[in-house]
Design a protein around this ligand. Structure first.
Ligand SMILES: Nc1ncnc2c1ncn2[C@@H]1O[C@H](COP(=O)(O)OP(=O)(O)OP(=O)(O)O)[C@@H](O)[C@H]1O
Ligand SMILES: [Mg+2]
Length: 244
């Protein structure tokens, strides 16, 4: 199986700080890849390099064997790269439906989609994430869990081939986390590949086919969830160095 997405030696430096340091990995069609690492490890930066909100200082990003890292974010969205944002920024005064329609206009049908068609796509995505009954609410009337689902619906309305999820379970209780896990599994069952950042280890372990770990911007592990979570280097990254 060839990779759908390939990251080759990606590096991003912010004013001398190496946030992502020579990271390489692939994402296979239909795969759920979990991305973990302590706070500040470079996870969000890595997703931004893929989605195009940030440019790599070095390295390449390939999607369906094409080098895409010089394309702006909207072009990558049209190719089929969708993402959610850790810092959510819905248009508060717009309806839930229209917030998601914006995602549809930005995504794979971008440039040609008419508003009516975008709203139709938005309805499908909102139904899919369980917000079907909230479409006429204003986005700022949704609670925290609703906003996470809204963020997912926006990304799904882009009709992505790859979905990049940045902490869509943060702040949710365990029942809500289970529900989001089910949604992500259903997304994968539609043939969409997923890269998911998550701090809740139990959730990411049950969801992911493979785990990748970042620490100080470097990839320190990549393998099955069981192997990665038992890896002493990963345990040390999370718990800090043992005192002698
Ligand atoms: N736009 C930016 N300008 C300068 N430094 C940044 C910028 N974005 C991120 N950083 C720095 O890069 C490093 C990696 O940040 P990043 O947000 O990618 O980490 P993360 O793994 O997503 O962390 P968290 O788990 O807290 O979300 C951090 O030290 C952060 O302060
Ligand atoms: Mg982050």
């Amino acid at each position: 199986m060839t990779a759908l997405l390939e990251v080759r030696h990606a590096t991003r430096i912010f004013d001398g700080l190496v946030a992502v340091d020579d990271v390489s990995f692939t994402l296979a069609p239909g795969e759920i890849l979990g991305l973990i690492g302590p706070n500040g490890a470079g996870k969000t930066t890595l997703i931004s390099l893929i989605s195009g909100t940030l440019a790599p200082s070095e390295g390449e990003i390939l999607f369906q064997d094409e080098v895409i890292n010089r394309l702006p974010a909207f072009r990558r969205a049209r190719l089929g790269i969708g993402r959610t944002f850790q810092i959510m920024r819905p248009f508060p005064g717009l309806s839930v439906l229209d917030n998601v329609a914006v995602g549809a206009l930005f995504g794979r049908d971008g440039g040609q989609a008419k508003l009516a068609k975008a709203r139709e796509q938005a309805r499908v995505s909102l139904e899919f994430v369980g917000l079907g009954k909230d479409i006429d609410k204003r986005a700022d009337e949704l609670g925290g869990p609703g906003r996470k689902r809204l963020e997912l619906a926006k990304a799904l309305a882009m009709q992505p081939k790859v979905l990049l999820c940045d902490e869509v379970m943060a702040g949710l209780n365990h029942v809500e986390i289970e529900e989001v896990i089910e949604i992500i599994r259903k997304v994968r069952d539609q043939g969409i590949s997923i890269l998911v950042i998550e701090h809740v280890i139990k959730a990411i372990k049950s969801l992911s086919d493979r785990l990748l770990v970042l620490h100080h911007g470097e990839k320190i592990a990549d393998g099955t969830p069981e192997a990665v979570l038992a890896n002493p280097i990963v345990i040390e990254a999370y718990l800090g160095k043992k005192r002698a």
